[in-house]
Design a protein around this ligand. Structure first.
Ligand code: HEM
Length: 417
């Protein structure tokens, strides 16, 4: 089956003491759910050495919903700032990463996030529904006459890029360039998404992001608008304007988050529905079930497999001592399938209406864009299912090879069955 992309390894034979959860080998066919199932049962706080980068410190894996929740909510003990919020410290230079509020601790984090939060409440986001629907319809109209398409490249990517592009004030002709830059910087490790690897990202893509973002910032300084780029340019925290690096990385954070995760979830949702035609039919016949189905898609296919924290003091998680400075990864791909919370967790069921941790385990860093993501997903599913109720597979989907991005990079479909 295409959705449950397990490796063919005998997971019971894996030596958990020697296991590097993030080893690319384990992610060739998507998230290794069998490994996480064993960890939840046998070793819920697990130590991995990072074998592929010898200079990079190893990490603890937290895999149950209760532990992810506990780590997520305790920002004093588990910092997002000290070592950044992704596993590899050298992937983006730490100082740059800390210019994004996703990698800041309170109080600065809270002050910066508050600038955006007002615009991202469900009520304010709901005001964008018509505009998002118009974008989706325009993208689908371009498929007129086609028999097949790729859900990622032909539907998900252009829609999410334009939606976040509108928020940021990006010119539409630049959507593709931004999408490519986001896919390479976030997709390091996958040869198709980031063919030049980390080297190219550092040497070419990050400078290109800086160049493009700086041009937008200069323009907004000269011609203020009401887009989110202007919010960043005009932001004042405790009487101080943001530095250019902070503005650029704030811009990067919003464009990256907006481009990637919603696209991933929509694609996973279509993939799951193709595997469960009875549930697809239910949604076609009763679109009021779509919001509930979206929560199940978010649970089963969280777009980010993990985010990281760093211990600020010697502490413990579920009895396991953790030393100050240790990395802690919260694996949402695992916590969202925790048997202690979900009955038959690997079963896709649009009627489950679950709580989940796809948007994080709660606390200060809860996803800013969740209302926007939910609205985009709802509009996209409504429009696509209404137009193509008999959609079927036209080829095998391929997952990104990444322990961070839990997404399909291609999903070929036959539009009219
Ligand atoms: C299905 C789609 C999405 C998923 C699964 C998702 C997931 C997440 C997760 C897990 C976090 C927590 C990071 C942490 O705890 O360190 C997060 C934070 C964040 N997300 Fe999303 N996200 C999605 C869509 C969006 C969108 C559309 C935006 C657009 C603006 C966005 C903006 C952000 C920002 C700015 C943060 C940082 C919040 C903070 O540090 O306080 N996300 N997201």
């Amino acid at each position: 089956m295409a959705t449950e992309t397990e490796t063919e390894t005998d997971h019971d034979a894996i030596d958990l003491d020697a296991l590097n959860v993030g080893d690319a080998e384990n992610w060739q066919r998507g998230a290794p759910h069998e490994i996480f199932r064993r960890l939840r049962r046998e070793c819920p706080v697990h130590w991995s050495e990072i074998t592929e980068y010898p200079d990079e410190a190893g990490f603890w894996s937290v895999v149950t919903a209760a532990d992810v929740h506990a780590v997520s909510r305790d920002h004093k003990t588990f910092s997002s700032e000290r070592g950044g919020c992704i596993a590899l410290t050298h992937a983006i230079p730490l100082e740059l990463m800390r210019s994004m509020f996703i990698a800041m601790d309170p109080p600065k984090h809270d002050r910066l996030k508050a600038l955006f939060q007002r615009g991202f409440t469900p009520k304010r986001i709901a005001m964008h529904e018509d505009e998002i629907r118009a974008i989706a319809i325009r993208v689908l109209d371009r498929l007129e006459g086609r028999e097949t398409c790729d859900i990622v490249d032909d539907i998900a990517q252009p829609v999410v890029s334009r939606v976040i592009g509108n928020f940021m004030g990006i010119a539409e002709e630049d959507d593709k360039a931004w999408a490519t830059l986001m896919n390479t910087t976030l997709g390091v490790g996958d040869e198709e998404l980031a063919p030049g690897g980390l080297e190219q990202v550092l040497a070419e893509d990050l400078p290109e992001i800086f160049r493009r973002a700086q041009a937008m910032i200069d323009d907004r300084r000269a011609n203020p608008t009401d887009d989110l780029t202007s919010v960043l340019v005009e932001a004042e925290i405790d009487g101080e304007m943001l530095s250019d690096d902070e503005i650029i990385m704030g811009f990067f954070l919003l464009v990256a988050a907006g481009n990637d995760s919603t696209k991933a979830t929509f694609t996973s949702a279509i993939n799951a529905l193709l595997d469960h035609p009875d549930q697809m039919r239910e949604l076609v016949e009763d679109p009021s079930l779509i919001p509930m189905a979206i929560e199940e898609c978010l649970r089963m296919y969280p777009a980010f497999a993990n985010f990281r924290r760093t211990a600020t003091t010697d502490t413990e998680i579920a009895g396991q001592p953790i030393a100050e400075g240790d990395k802690v990864l919260m694996w949402y791909v695992s916590s969202n399938r925790d048997e202690a919370v979900y009955d038959d967790p690997d079963r896709f069921d649009i009627h489950r209406d679950p709580e989940h941790q796809a948007f994080g385990g709660g606390g200060r860093h809860a996803c800013l864009g969740m209302a926007l993501a939910r609205l985009e997903l709802k509009v996209l599913l409504e429009e696509v299912l209404q137009r193509y109720p008999h959609m079927s597979r036209a080829g095998e989907p391929r997952p990104a090879v990444s322990p961070f991005l839990n997404q399909l990079k291609t999903l070929p479909v036959r539009l009219n069955g």
